[in-house]
Design a protein around this ligand. Structure first.
Ligand SMILES: NC(=O)c1ccc[n+]([C@@H]2O[C@H](COP(=O)([O-])OP(=O)(O)OC[C@H]3O[C@@H](n4cnc5c(N)ncnc54)[C@H](OP(=O)(O)O)[C@@H]3O)[C@@H](O)[C@H]2O)c1
Ligand SMILES: [Zn+2]
Ligand SMILES: [Zn+2]
Length: 350
């Protein structure tokens, strides 16, 4: 049995996405088949389709913030039943035996995790395709439960923007009284503010966009610093235990380092690649400060974040679009014109 699926795909680098039909694998024993309801639009979808990181293969069906309903379960599936809500994020498999996988850190799998799209299934060698489509087949190990009663449209972005900001907040043990700053108010940035605030932190936003101040405060930031204003940057010195930097493109980190408190960490989750200009080590060494990186989160941690969001009523602020509007949405995202995540209503594919 082959499963015919409808979706939208990039057929070549930097070309508009177009309607695309394709097949997914016959479900294996440990697979669930999910009928997709909502699919979030992440800046990584643009980086991938534009080949910013290399390794792009086409046709590429992006999308790794997936919420849907289970319509079939394989024989050995125990966690899900037909009719359950289900979430899928950026990965759909990993080796399951390296030391990272054994710690539940599948995102750091030493053999490389299997990405939800633009990757190759590690069992049958077929290409993976993402959530800009009406169905997906995933091993139950990489599917999370969606809390009852949560707004499904706003829940989709939790699967990437949510977990990518939750994981560093938890790793660096942010809690009551922590001082956290977020750089960039987009999809990841707005989730970072909401989650840090809900964990008890005092939150500051660094932004290039003066027009975002009121939203930042509504989302939970107590302070807003215009990063283009050197006086405001100087006034923010020695404050933050953790800075989560979500900026997607190369930018100067040097102005942010002195705003870290003693032993504070700036964690990069956005830009992938060499820094330009170089990083001055003086404020790192003189303040025992660190620059780190972090990628998404493990499956257990993703479930923890989903449950936390269910308990605290946290979802993304979304603008729901029809899939036919995806190319306009990408152009708007490239101009930082999104409040604060586009989510595709997959019913528009039908
Ligand atoms: N590490 C991971 O696991 C992971 C997971 C998901 C996404 N990502 C990456 O995280 C980045 C952010 O994704 P997103 O979906 O949140 O993007 P987004 O919604 O486009 O938001 C990015 C924000 O960064 C700021 N910004 C944009 N371009 C900038 C520039 N050239 N210089 C300075 N600031 C800039 C803007 O905020 P202001 O207007 O407030 O300045 C913008 O709203 C992307 O690179 C994405 O690929 C990483
Ligand atoms: Zn993403
Ligand atoms: Zn592994």
């Amino acid at each position: 049995m082959v499963m015919n699926v409808k979706g939208y795909a990039a057929l070549a680098v930097k070309e508009d996405l177009v309607p695309h039909s394709f097949v997914r694998r016959d479900p294996r024993e440990d697979d669930v088949v999910i009928e997709i309801l909502f699919s979030g639009v992440c800046h990584s979808d643009i980086h991938s389709a534009y080949n910013d990181w290399g390794g792009a293969t086409y046709p590429m069906v992006p999308g790794h913030e997936i919420i849907g309903r289970v319509v079939h379960v394989g024989k050995s599936v125990t966690k899900f039943a037909v009719g359950d809500l289900a979430g899928v994020g950026c990965m759909v498999d990993s080796c399951q035996h390296c030391s990272a996988c054994e710690q539940g850190l599948e995102q750091y799998c030493e053999e490389g995790n299997t990405l939800t799209y633009n990757d190759t299934d590690r069992h049958d060698g077929l290409p993976t395709f993402g959530g800009y489509s009406d169905k997906i087949v995933v091993t139950e190990k990489f599917v999370v439960k969606v809390p009852e009663g949560i707004d499904l449209r706003g829940a989709a972005p939790l699967l990437c923007a949510g977990i990518t900001t939750w994981s560093p907040l938890r790793h660096w043990q942010v809690g009551q009284g922590s001082k956290v700053a977020v750089v960039g108010l987009g999809g990841l940035g707005h989730m970072a503010i909401k989650l840090a605030k809900a964990l008890g932190a005092d939150v500051t936003l660094f932004t290039r966009s003066p027009g975002k101040e009121a939203d930042a405060r509504r989302l939970g930031a107590s302070h807003v610093v215009l990063s283009t204003d050197s006086e405001q940057m100087k006034a923010a010195a020695n404050q933050f235990d953790l800075i989560i930097d979500t900026v997607p493109y190369v930018h100067d980190l040097n102005p942010y380092i002195p705003t870290l408190a003693l032993s504070g960490t700036l964690v990069l989750v956005g830009y992938l690649g060499p820094l330009d200009p170089f990083l001055n080590t003086v404020p790192l060494i003189l303040g025992r400060r660190a620059v780190a990186g972090s990628v998404i989160g493990g499956i257990a941690e993703t479930q923890e974040m989903m449950d936390f969001c269910g308990q605290h009523g946290i979802t993304a602020d979304v603008e729901v679009i029809n899939i036919q509007d995806i190319n306009t949405a990408w152009q708007r995202m490239l101009k930082s014109d999104v409040k604060y995540r586009f989510v595709i209503d997959i019913a528009s594919l039908k």
